[in-house]
Ligand binder design. Structure first.
Ligand code: SF4
Length: 417
C-alpha cells in the first residue's frame, strides 16, 4: 500500500522504495487528534499578542521589535505534525527518525519524550540501522534522506513516513534534470548538511550524473579560476574531496554546469555564486555558447527568503542589538545572524536560557562553531532589542525569549486586558 497522494512527488522516490513497502507522505488525517499536543508543546499566547501589537512590545524602557516573518516555516510545521500523527497512528510499534527531524533541540527532545528514537546523530541512543526490522516505522526528516538510505530502508522493508519538505523536492527535481541533460550539479550549500547530502545523491540517479558542492564565494573562486585557466586539479580534488561525486574529474565534469542551492542559504550569496559561474563559463566558452554550458535555478525556499527579507526590513531602522534564536546547526538561522551582525551587535542563541541575565549571555558568534559567554551585552537605559528566529524555531521558544529579555529588566509581559 502506498500512502502518497495528489500533488506529492512520488516519482522522486518511486524507484527507491519496495513494491510492498508501506510509504506515507501525506500524514494520516489525525491533525485534530494531535492539535492539543502541538499546542501544549509549541504555542505561545505572548508571541500572538506581540504580533497583534504590530510585532512590537514596549515595557518600562525596553522595546522588543520582532521581525515580520520569523520562526517555524510551513515545511517544519508539516514535519512536526506528521511526527505526532505517526506516533498516534502506530502506538505499539517502534518509531525512529533517520536523524534530527529539524535543527531545533527542543523539538528533537520532544521526539525522544514521545518515544521516537534516532538512528544517527547526537540524539541516537542504542538502535542503529542494523537493528531495524520490517515492523519498525521510520520517519524521514524535513531535509529528506540520501538515496542510499532510502534503498537501505527499502531492503529492510520498514514502514516509511516521509516528511521531506516540498521545497526540497523541487531542488531534487532540478538537480535530476541537470544530470539528465548532461550538466554537473553545482550545489551552493554545506556538504555535510542533511539536505545537501540528500540533494547531491539525486544527481547520481542519472547515468553520468555528477555534483560539486561549494560553500561560499571563496570556494567558488577556486573552481571558476580552474574553469577559466585549467591547471593542476590535484589541490582542488583535495579541497573538495568530501564535496564531489565519486570519481569527479575537474577537466571532464566542469564543461556543462547547472547551479542550484541548499534551500536555506544566504540569498544574495547564492546569486553571487550563480553570477560567478555564469561569468566563468562565458569567459571559457563564449557568451554565444552559454546556453550549452550553463544553467541556474534559484532554489532558495520562500520561507528562507521571507525571513531574510523581514530581518533586512527590521535592520533598516537598526535596533541597539539583535537576538537571533535557533539551533546552532540550523543553516537558515546562521544566515539570519550573518545578516544582522553586519549592522548591529548580534547574539545567536539556541534557547532562551542562553540569556543568563543582564550581565551575561551565552551565544554562538557567526564565525565560530562554539558557544561563548559575553558580559555587559545589554546596554543601560532605554534599549531597543530586535528579535528573529530561524525557520525551525517554535513560537513557545520565541515567547520564552521575550520573557527572558523582560526579566533582564525586572519586568513581566503585560497581562492582556
Ligand atoms: S526552511 Fe524551507 S525547505 Fe526547509 S523545511 Fe522550511 S520551507 Fe521547507
Amino acid at each position: 500500500m502506498l500512502g502518497f497522494g495528489a500533488g506529492s512527488s512520488f516519482e522522486a522516490v518511486s524507484d527507491l522504495i519496495g513494491a510492498e513497502q508501506l510509504y506515507y507522505r501525506k500524514g494520516f488525517g489525525l491533525k485534530g487528534e494531535v492539535s492539543a499536543e502541538l499546542e501544549r508543546a509549541y504555542h505561545s499566547d505572548l508571541v500572538n499578542r506581540v504580533v497583534e501589537g504590530g510585532h512590537r512590545l514596549e515595557v518600562g524602557g525596553l522595546t522588543i521589535r520582532l521581525a515580520k516573518e520569523f520562526g517555524n516555516c510551513y515545511g517544519v510545521d508539516r514535519a512536526v505534525q506528521y511526527a505526532y500523527e505517526t506516533r498516534r497512528r502506530f502506538p505499539d510499534r517502534r518509531v525512529f527518525l533517520t536523524g534530527e527531524l529539524i535543527h531545533n533541540p527542543h523539538v528533537n527532545r520532544e521526539m525522544l519524550a514521545m518515544g521516537i528514537g534516532f538512528l544517527t546523530g547526537r540524539y541516537q541512543q542504542d538502535v542503529s540501522y542494523e537493528d531495524l526490522t520490517a515492523d519498525d516505522v521510520v520517519l524521514l526528516p524535513a531535509f529528506g534522506a540520501p538515496t542510499e538510505i532510502m534503498r537501505r530502508l527499502a531492503d529492510i522493508g520498514c514502514v516509511l513516513v516521509d516528511t521531506t519538505c516540498g521545497s526540497v523536492l523541487l531542488v531534487w527535481k532540478t538537480v535530476e534534470r541537470f544530470a539528465r541533460d548532461g550538466f554537473t550539479a553545482i550545489i551552493h550549500g554545506k556538504y555535510y548538511h542533511e539536505e545537501t547530502r540528500a540533494t547531491a545523491s539525486r544527481a547520481l540517479e542519472q547515468e553520468g550524473g555528477a555534483y560539486l558542492i561549494v560553500r561560499d564565494l571563496a570556494e567558488t573562486a577556486l573552481v571558476t579560476d580552474y574553469i577559466r585557466a585549467g591547471g593542476d586539479e590535484r589541490p582542488l580534488a583535495e579541497r573538495f574531496a568530501n564535496a564531489t561525486s565519486p570519481g569527479f574529474d575537474f577537466g571532464r565534469d566542469l564543461v556543462r554546469v547547472g547551479v542550484a542551492n541548499q534551500t536555506t542559504m544566504l540569498m544574495r550569496e547564492t546569486k553571487a555564486v550563480e553570477d560567478e559561474f555564469r561569468r566563468a563559463m562565458a569567459d571559457r566558452y563564449g557568451e554565444e555558447s552559454l546556453d550549452e554550458h550553463f544553467r541556474a535555478l534559484d532554489t532558495i525556499c520562500s520561507a528562507t527568503q521571507e525571513r531574510q527579507d523581514a530581518v533586512l526590513e527590521l535592520l533598516a531602522d537598526p535596533p541597539d542589538l539583535m537576538i537571533v534564536l535557533g539551533g546552532y546547526n540550523s543553516s537558515n538561522t546562521n544566515n539570519l545572524a550573518r545578516i544582522c551582525e553586519r549592522v548591529v551587535p548580534t547574539y545567536h542563541v539556541d534557547d532562551s536560557s542562553c540569556i543568563e541575565g543582564p550581565e551575561s549571555i551565552r551565544h554562538k558568534p557567526v564565525a565560530s562553531e562554539a558557544e561563548i559567554v559575553t558580559t555587559g551585552w545589554l546596554p543601560e537605559g532605554p534599549v531597543v532589542v530586535g528579535l528573529t528566529a530561524g525557520a525551525s524555531t517554535p513560537n513557545n521558544k520565541v515567547g520564552h525569549t521575550i520573557e527572558r529579555l523582560l526579566a533582564c529588566r525586572g519586568l513581566e509581559a503585560p497581562v492582556p486586558v
